[in-house]
Design a protein around this ligand. Structure first.
Ligand SMILES: NC(=O)CC[C@H](N)C(=O)O
Length: 363
């Protein structure tokens, strides 16, 4: 394996060996603390434009599985590991992570002191970085990716056409901002008929589909990138019972006048504790986000903060006081991570089936 390194925009260099393709990779360097689920993480479109550092020291030991993709290809800009297993041992493994990297033209850096790298990110905050082969003294020329505040990222991962999934239950339109396949799986498992639409679908186009409810999905980048569509988000959520997940939650908050801010190093992992304020219950949730809805910007006349992160108190979900809108910053669809909050889907659907208008049915 050729020697390589990752160089952060703040100047720190961490050495390792390059695996996969040997072209430089550029992206925002983030870290994920999950102990399993590397395949789901790599294929989650929310990670577009990001280089993921895995905190768990051994990655790849159960290989790549047939059914664990969250989209049709890896979406990360690159990965960084302490150790990368190239001979997986699992009955369901169809290939090694090494093969996947090569097939998909992805760059990874392994043999890295990931503890030191993660401590650096925690200290200075998330920054851009470059993975490259050779010595860090040689200059590498790589084009800077578009900023996360541009709609480039959602545009790159959202479906280009409408897709329908017939079923016997209520009709749910999912606005695909970078949808994880598990969101679709959860809705289909609950017997919903699902129509997945591009992020740029207008209110009128959604209305023409006669949905019983609407889901705004997870996705990459900064939610402000979707500013041109907020008017449609506002009209859709005023008209239909709505569930917003992660980027979907942030975009709905923006559509109602709240603001978002970037966390120093985000929440990415499989064990983030979240308190449901109506019951005092704490659930362990999978998370993967940089941005949060700013507490003080939430209009208390319209929304109630329904969930909070136990570690840092940040907003983890909103319930509208009159309209049937519920939003969550965490991932009820799990994959990877615990499914403690899978009930969010059931509550949403029960609410639709009851035909209720009051948001308090969600709480
Ligand atoms: N998983 C997501 O939907 C992430 C939302 C957004 N891109 C963020 O980083 O905060």
């Amino acid at each position: 394996m050729p020697a390589g390194y990752v160089k952060l925009a703040t100047g720190e260099i961490f050495k390792g060996e390059v695996v996969g393709q040997e072209q430089p990779a550029v992206g925002e360097v983030v870290f994920n603390t999950s102990m399993t689920g590397y395949q789901e993480i790599m294929t989650d479109p929310s990670y577009a434009g990001q280089i993921v550092t895995f905190c768990y020291p051994l990655i790849g030991n159960y290989g790549i599985q047939l059914d664990d993709n969250e989209s049709n290809r890896p979406q990360v800009a690159g990965i960084i590991t302490s150790e990368l297993c190239d001979i997986p041992s699992h009955y369901g493994a169809v290939k090694s992570i090494d093969q996947l990297l090569k097939e998909q033209g992805l760059t990874a850096l392994t043999g890295v002191d990931t503890r030191a790298l993660v401590k650096t990110i925690r200290k200075y905050g998330t920054v851009q970085g470059v993975i490259a082969c050779g010595s860090p003294d040689q200059e590498v020329q790589v084009a800077s990716p578009p900023p996360f505040s541009s709609s480039y990222w959602v545009d790159a991962v959202s479906t280009k056409e409408m897709n329908t999934y017939p079923n016997s239950g209520p009709h749910i339109v999912v606005v695909d901002l970078g949808m994880k396949k598990s969101i679709l799986d959860c809705l289909l498992a609950a017997k919903c008929q699902v129509t997945v639409v591009p992020y740029s679908t207008t209110y009128e186009q959604i209305k023409a589909l006669h949905p019983d409810g609407v889901v705004y999905s997870n996705g990459p980048g900064d939610p402000v990138a979707l500013k041109p569509w907020l008017e449609h988000v506002r009209r859709v959520t005023t008209a239909y019972p709505t569930l917003g997940i992660c980027l979907g939650h942030q975009v709905i908050a923006l559509a109602y006048g709240a603001t978002t801010a970037k966390l120093k190093f985000g929440h990415r992992g499989g064990n983030h504790p979240v308190k449901e304020l109506s019951t005092g219950k704490v659930m362990i949730t999978p998370q993967n986000h940089s941005y949060v809805v700013v507490d003080e910007s939430v209009d208390p006349q319209q929304f109630e903060v329904a969930y909070r992160h136990v570690n840092d108190g940040t907003v983890e979900g909103l319930v509208h006081k009159e309209l049937p809108i519920c939003t969550v910053q965490f991932h009820p669809e799990a994959h990877p991570g615990p499914s403690d909050t899978a009930y969010i889907f059931h509550t949403f659907l029960q609410h639709i089936q009851k035909g209720g208008r009051s948001a308090y049915a969600f709480a």
